[in-house]
Design a protein around this ligand. Structure first.
Ligand SMILES: *Cc1c(COP(=O)(O)O)cnc(C)c1O
Length: 407
């Protein structure tokens, strides 16, 4: 069912339709069998029962009880993402970090290898989202979870790092800010062979570009704050996987309290309906701008997986429906990068990514500020590197803005 390669008819066959329908599946409400076309918002903490027998059923887990564990609106969002990712079940979270933390700890500290006797080891990619890196480096060891960071786009480094205590491989489909593309089929096969959970943060890719479960991922996680909601007006996360995997993660959500608020889920469902349309436009503009930037004076190098000069361009062509909607490029140094940032007029100077507005970041002074200059150099993050999350503005306006900011 789930192939990351489009079957036919454009980059996002049928996903567009499924995204539109995802937000409107509701049970009949009235005498004529009518039901609300937009997903209803169940802004409620708890649920009432007609009698004690029904309350017993709820307490046993067969019905809605309390919205920290389950709520129809947050369920609707999780179901929609599960559908788009080709997974059996999904869970909504208060943030992408809550989703990633719950998934990683559920698999790194549990299970037949470790039991409840403590944590196991995580092999994580370099270039992960800063929050994920800090979670593993800072909080992991306090809870018995130890992490080794490797350049996971090179599968041999993951294979070499796997040990008897490894429980989890954590990667991102497309890394930040150099946009390296994971070899998902090879990592999926390796994880299966070693009985390790493969957790894939696919926030940058979205289900429009790639469906990691079809390549052997155990869990796919998303920050809903980015492309899925798309409008920069909420913080949320989702995990998708098998029913068994999700029941394991759900326990962590319940007890750590990282549940999404129903109104947030309602807003995210509204955003989700236009996600394929937005992402398609954003990818198209990103590909155009990547080529334009490469020809602009002052630009030393462009990093875009859809360009032949990117180290993972062949893999991107194979695994991703497009080259993505993020473009990174290098200027001569930090001063030039900060100058461009300061001169932007159309592109909004705000953090984050995946919104309708184009958003820039200067990794050396923002996401990688706390990383030493030596380590940044080793990672290939030069002082002149900028990352652009391409929005849905007229691409000519974005091109003009970049050109005037560079000039
Ligand atoms: C933003 C982001 C996160 C964290 O998500 P929040 O919703 O901010 O908690 C995790 N991974 C990636 C790749 C992100 O871009």
């Amino acid at each position: 069912m789930a192939s990351s390669r489009p079957a036919a008819g454009g980059p996002f066959p049928r996903l567009d339709t499924r995204a539109v329908h995802a937000a409107s599946a509701s049970p009949p409400l009235g005498a004529a069998g009518e039901s609300p076309h937009a997903a209803p918002l169940y802004q409620t903490a708890n649920f009432t029962y007609p009698d004690s027998a029904a309350a017993d059923r709820a307490a046993a887990g067969g019905a809605y009880l309390y919205s920290r564990d389950a709520n129809p609106t947050t369920d609707a969002l999780a179901r929609a993402l599960a559908d788009l990712e080709g997974g059996a079940a999904g869970l909504s979270f208060a943030s992408g970090m809550a989703a990633i933390a719950s998934a990683v700890f559920a698999f790194a500290t549990d299970g037949d290898k470790g039991g409840d006797k403590g944590g196991g080891e995580v092999i994580a990619s370099e270039g992960l989202y800063g929050g994920s890196t800090e979670l593993l480096a800072e909080l992991g060891p306090r809870h018995g979870v130890h992490t080794r960071f490797v350049p996971a786009w090179d599968v041999d480094t993951v294979r070499a790092a796997l040990g008897p205590r490894t429980r989890v491989i954590l990667i991102e489909t497309i890394t930040n800010p150099l946009l390296r593309v994971a070899d998902l089929p090879a990592l999926g096969a390796l994880a299966a062979e070693r009985g390790v959970a493969l957790i894939v943060d696919s926030t940058f890719a979205t289900p429009c570009l790639c469906r990691p479960l079809s390549h052997g991922a155990t869990v796919v996680a998303h920050s809903i704050s980015k492309y899925v909601s798309g409008h920069g007006d909420l913080i949320g996360g989702v995990t998708v996987g098998s029913a068994e995997a999700m029941s394991r993660v759900r326990r962590y959500r319940l007890l750590l309290g990282g549940m999404m608020d129903p109104f947030c889920a309602w807003l995210a469902l509204r955003g989700l309906r236009t996600m394929p349309l937005r992402v398609e436009r954003q990818c198209k503009s990103a590909a155009y701008l990547a080529d334009r930037l490469a020809a602009m004076p002052g630009v030393v190098r462009v990093h875009y997986p859809g360009r032949a000069d990117h180290p993972d361009s062949a893999r991107a062509r194979e695994l991703l429906a497009t080259g993505g909607a993020m473009v990174s490029f290098e200027l001569a140094g930090a001063a030039a990068a900060r100058r461009l940032y300061d001169r932007l007029r159309v592109v909004a100077r705000a953090a984050s990514l995946g919104e309708v507005s184009s958003l820039p970041t200067h990794p050396a002074s923002f996401s990688h500020r706390g990383v030493s200059a030596g380590e940044r150099a080793r990672l290939g993050i030069t002082d002149g590197l900028l990352r652009l999350s391409v929005g849905i503005e007229a691409v000519e306006d974005l091109e003009d803005d970049l050109r005037q900011a560079l000039g």
